[in-house]
Design a protein around this ligand. Structure first.
Ligand code: ZN
Length: 218
């Protein structure tokens, strides 16, 4: 899928994968009863997970609770393999907001069995993504605030300054294990306040002074 810039122009790259980070905010790890990991906890979503957030999205039927996790999404504009933090910072092309949709009951079953999370995290449509803001218009990456409202109520209020591993360190770490390509996204973890979605929910996602958009669960 080809994502869009905030201007409406398509990105010049196709996204090949989304690398996600679990438990990057201490308060969220706590709300799910998880320990804070010593190193970033990584998993991936394939490109078939991507959908346009503003167009609305649907939920898988009969697979238990689907939770929203609102996250800052980092867009790569350069390839990264075994990169330093400085190289990683220089490769960032944009920032957006994304939902890491999660089949929470299934994830809990998988976790209890020590199995991988993909069945709960990587299903078709599991990654609605906003238009992307060019990095030059974003400001300091360690001072980003973002919010998710569900049916008018504030559910999540995140700040990149609360990340356990900040963005440059996260990209550098990921690139030691998997090469990132231009167009790839990194979802940087969710702050506390995750919760269940229902058919008909209206969502508002805000990236302070840069994005303010609506989405519908349909
Ligand atoms: Zn997440």
């Amino acid at each position: 899928m080809i994502l869009r810039w905030r201007s409406g122009e398509p990105l010049p790259w196709a996204t090949t994968k989304v690398v996600c980070v679990g438990r990057n905010y201490a308060e969220h790890a706590k709300e799910l009863g998880n320990a804070v990991p010593e190193k970033p906890l990584l998993f991936m979503k394939p490109s078939t997970a991507l959908v346009d957030l503003e167009a609305g999205f649907s939920l898988p039927a009969d697979r238990g609770e689907v939770h929203f996790e609102c996250e800052l999404a980092v867009l790569l504009g350069e390839p990264l393999t075994k990169a330093s933090e400085a190289q990683a910072s220089a490769a960032i092309a944009g920032i957006g907001l994304a939902l890491d949709l999660t089949l929470r009951e299934l994830q809990n079953e998988l976790k209890a069995k020590g199995q991988p999370w993909e069945l709960a995290k990587a299903f078709d449509g599991s990654c609605p993504v906003s238009p992307l803001v060019p990095v030059a218009e974003v400001g300091a990456l360690d001072a980003l605030r973002f919010q998710l409202y569900q049916n008018g109520e504030l559910r999540q209020d995140g700040a990149s300054s609360d990340m356990i591993t900040p963005i440059p360190g996260l990209l550098s770490y990921i690139s030691q294990h998997f090469s990132l390509k231009p167009g790839d996204l990194v979802l940087t973890g969710t702050p506390k306040g995750v919760g269940k979605l229902a058919l008909g929910d209206s969502l508002r996602l805000v990236l302070a002074e840069r994005l303010d958009l609506q989405s519908q669960v349909g």
